[in-house]
Design a binder for this molecule. Structure first.
Ligand code: 5GP
Ligand code: ZN
Length: 111
């Protein structure tokens, strides 16, 4: 599969892992935009939120639980979870992923 995050999951491309279980991998973003910037991905290839279905959508809940666990482990005083979907959403890697951002007071401004 010619997918960057599938290659990271397979260990063909190196990453700095933050969490792993049978269904989910979390690793440091290569170009962090906050002091904490971790990508949380399902090990199963799903191209984007638009490709979730009733069977696969459980993984989104699993990923939110991982985000919460990581935030607790990292002592975050709050955090943000972002999923970019599709071209206008700013998705650059076509394997669904959630950005866990934190480590500072995050601003919230009109885009
Ligand atoms: P998107 O823009 O699709 O929501 O997020 C993709 C993210 O993947 C970006 O934040 C980018 O920095 C990160 N990224 C791109 N290539 C790599 C890589 O090879 N390794 C890691 N760890 N992160 C990557
Ligand atoms: Zn993939």
């Amino acid at each position: 599969m010619n997918c960057l995050f599938c290659k990271i999951i397979a260990g063909e491309i190196k990453s700095t892992k933050a969490y792993e279980d049978s269904k989910v991998l979390a690793f440091q973003d290569l170009n962090p935009i906050a002091p904490v910037h971790i990508l949380i991905v399902p090990k199963m290839h799903i191209a984007s939120a638009d490709y979730l279905d009733a069977a696969s959508s459980q993984i989104v809940g699993d990923i939110f639980l991982v985000a919460s666990k990581l935030a607790e482990k990292l002592n975050l005083n709050g955090y943000r979870i972002i999923n970019n979907c599709g071209e206008d959403g700013g998705q650059s890697v076509p394997h669904i992923h959630f950005h866990l951002l934190g480590g500072k007071r995050l601003n919230w401004e009109p885009l």
